[in-house]
Design a protein around this ligand. Structure first.
Ligand code: SF4
Length: 369
């Protein structure tokens, strides 16, 4: 695991070009101001372009009405805004969940999922093509790692989804799609900085969540960034041996390190931590699992999201992944009741988009080779 993840933590992208054009999407406000100032333009041009790209979501320089025509032409010739193309949308016949398939310029396909619920519409965004962490219950893990997404590619998933569904209709953003956001730390943070400016998306920080498998040092680093977005930890077991068997990253960052980091995050950002917990029959749904979960949850402000396991049949899994079975509904209800009796806030996440392989843990593109 050491070798598998360490190069990725360094594999960050800075200046990006597409067809020899400099990509502006993904630059923060300060970076845009610096870019224009270095190119002989007033710094406020950076603010204007920021507003057009991230607030008005324009995809063509000629739509930037308050930018002089000469500059618009210059930008069109030398810069690029869009980093993704919309390839396909699949819609769940049960509940309207939409799975968008987007393509990067270098022809990788990624997925984002839009989940309409009664009181919210959540867009679940990818941060990597595939994922190196190989969690045994996750289709993305089974497809392996291909590349980190740039900050622009992360943000453009929102741009394209908002163009389809309406910017004002998307209320929540979760970095919970394909990939581990904290292994693509710089790009994820840049995208978060852009999302977290209410001026851009209109979405409050309280409604932006980063989900991690537990990259302990990066959790601390993110806490110190003062972005104050919410953090979700894919916990799935409070026992190191079991967690390692279904989440190999636990060998590198064992539970005591992760829990310490998460506690630090909660204290530093004054936010409540969400524990994601996929119910796996005979693996993490026993009475001793409830006891350990109670101990962890009582240490700091937290809540638990119980997630029914979604089938990975579409991935033809082998090994442990092929043996995993979902906990039955009665046992999930019993498990949840025991936690609630102990004053723990527990949500049961409904399976959204199972029929289009868009439910939690099911995202994977089989075409990227
Ligand atoms: S659950 Fe998350 S971290 Fe684990 S393999 Fe899937 S995408 Fe990667």
């Amino acid at each position: 695991m050491e070798n598998q993840t360490s190069h990725l933590e360094e594999n960050q992208q800075d200046d990006i070009t597409i067809n020899n054009k400099f990509v502006l999407k993904g630059l923060t406000l300060d970076e845009l101001k610096n870019y224009f100032s270095k190119n002989g333009e007033p710094r406020f041009r950076g603010e204007q372009i920021f507003n057009w790209m991230y607030n008005h979501l324009v995809t063509d320089f000629f739509d930037m009405a308050n930018v002089p025509k000469v500059l618009r032409t210059k930008l069109k010739d030398s810069c690029e805004i869009m980093t993704l193309q919309h390839v396909d949308t699949q819609i769940s016949s049960f509940n309207g969940t939409k799975k968008y398939i987007f393509e990067t310029v270098d022809k990788y396909k990624i997925e984002s999922v839009l989940i309409p619920e009664e009181d919210r519409v959540t867009l679940c965004i990818s941060t990597q093509v595939g994922c190196p962490l190989d969690c045994k219950f996750c289709a993305t893990g089974l497809m392996g790692y291909r590349k980190n997404l740039s900050a622009g590619e992360i943000f453009d998933q929102y741009v394209l989804a908002a163009k389809d569904f309406g910017k004002d209709n998307i209320t929540n953003i979760v970095f919970m799609g394909m990939g581990e956001p904290l292994l693509n730390y710089n790009n994820s943070v840049k995208a978060l900085e852009i999302f977290a400016q209410e001026l851009t998306t209109g979405i409050s920080k309280k409604k932006i969540t980063v989900s991690t498998a537990g990259i302990a040092p990066k959790i601390r680093e993110l806490a110190d960034k003062n972005l104050n977005v919410k953090l979700a930890l894919s916990l799935h077991s409070c026992f190191d041996d079991i967690r390692s068997s279904i989440m190999p990253i636990n060998d590198k960052y064992p539970l005591h390190q992760i829990i310490d980091a998460v506690k630090y995050y909660a204290r530093r950002t004054r936010t409540r931590i969400t524990f994601e917990y996929i119910m796996l029959e005979g693996i993490n749904d026993r009475n001793e699992d409830i006891e350990e979960l109670l101990k962890v949850c009582k240490e700091f402000p937290s809540k638990i999201n119980i997630i029914p396991f979604n089938s990975l049949k579409h991935m033809n899994p082998t090994g442990i992944a092929a043996q995993i079975r979902p906990t039955n509904k009665d046992r999930i209800d019993e498990f949840v009741q025991r936690l609630r009796e102990n004053n723990i806030t527990v949500m049961i996440r409904n399976t959204q988009g199972d029929d289009i392989a868009a439910a939690c843990g099911q995202l994977a593109i089989l075409l990227n080779d």
